[in-house]
Ligand binder design. Sequence first.
Ligand code: PEP
Ligand code: MG
Length: 588
Amino acid sequence: MSIQVFGQPVSRGVAIGRAVLVASSRVDVAHYFIDPEQIETEVARLRDARNEVAAELVALKSEVPEEAHAELVALLDVHLMLLHDELLSDATKQWIVERHYNAEWAMSAQLEVIARQFDEMEDDYLRERKADLEQVVERLLKALSRQAGTGAAASSSAARDFAGEDPLILVASDIAPADMLQFKRSVFTGFITDVGGRTSHTAIVARSMDIPAVVGAREASRIVRQDDWVIIDGDAGLVIVNPSPIVLEEYRFRQRQIELERAKLNRLRHTPSVTLDGQVVELLANIELPSDATPAIEAGAVGVGLFRSEFLFMNREGQLPNEDEQFEAYRTVVQAMGGLPVTIRTVDIGADKPLDRMSAHELRHEHSLNPALGLRAIRWSLAEPEMFGEQLRAILRASAFGKVRILIPMVAHVGEARQVAQAVERAKAQLDATGHPYSAVELGAMIEVPAAALMMPTLVRHFDFVSIGTNDLIQYTLAIDRADESVAHLYDPWHPAVLQLVERTIACANEAGKGVSVCGEMAGDPAFTELLLAMGLRSFSMHPAQVASIKQRVLRADVRTLQAQLGAVLAAESPLEASMALMKMRPH
Ligand code: PEP
Ligand code: MG
């Protein structure tokens, strides 16, 4: 039976594929297809792992005296029984043989199938055996990871062409932003998560992959079953599970239409971005990894407006990247951009971007404090002066290879501006002492806290440029957690308070003769292009995939006409009125 689930739309388009359910704690399991001739080897890996775990359990059993620990011995027997159960061994093998999944992926896919069966059991005792099953699978996954050559197989196969396999859609309760990143250029053609808002960082990373995704789909990971066919309607935020043939055909048709539209838009890639009345508009890229730089250029971006450097710091089990490692990453981007400006944001750790593998959901539930209002972004950097110094030196060193700008996240006080300026001077002095070259680097502030927007006339004097982080500005102005799907309907970029703060920030920066850009999701949303142009914005930073659509809007805009309508939008009393007033701005 076909079922529909609604969530938050993340990236536009349609994805159709088979569901791959992944437990949030297992997203780091390698997912790759194997070649048909590797099937036997992969099945043998599975068998070896099972033998190894069986030996482990038998040895454990022999070490505990039964008289003293009868319960433990009984538990080990249950584990041994589960290990040899056909439902685990034979069915896992089928995923390898029929679907060409690697052994780890096959194992976790089958675990999800059996866990679902356990969940549905009436008998409490049997239902509780799910935890035992998870422990057995954990042992098997560990045994697989110990096998020689595993990593090499993963990396060679991950790169291969997947033509001929069914497209796959990842379904999980929650995925941490850094884990999402590891799915870039992976086997998945779409994503669905139960939790998250449109501008949660998980959603932002999914959007940067330019594949359809829906977050905050609440019950999706419970409703969808392993291997079900699903459709993601990325425009509507809709997931259709087991669609009827007619619906499937309709969506396949829409998929082809979208591809044609994209191909048309792509032709604009190298057209200069100038409005009808001759205003030049800079379209920059938001990136998360050094490897995103080349795709940004290919998409037609004329620089990097936001390099979210914190992704270099995540999931490293406390081993933060040192100065040299960071320098290499920044230099790679600067060189790839070949003289175009690269804006590196200093780490924005905290809120829904924890340092270690922990989803935003866990973060909220395990730490009752509100992380979005805590030691985040520049507050964290200033509290860790050693780490901050290392990052500043690494960025400054990269400036010797091109045009680099430093961007400070979440500035709220003039005092922070002063502390940052001192830290930059200290970093320069240290580089002078060690003889490392660097060039002139502009220093910018992200305006993403209402206090900063209200303080603009003063704050702007301390910086060379500002960049408006609308994602957080909306969160903090409206007091709506951007990662919380239960209040996602109240997260409204059209709220008059938000529009007034954005307008004020742009106007203050322009008056002061300082550069101003928007690097939040608003910049990549074509619904806001005319409005931001009318407010005086000439620099937009977005996911590379958005550049062509925004350019299309810019090419059709006449700023003088738009400006005449701006007053009506800013005077709106409600989000609805504001968006209606904007409709009147649009060229017909
Ligand atoms: C923002 O807040 O708008 C922004 C660009 O930063 P991030 O999304 O990484 O918080
Ligand atoms: Mg932000």
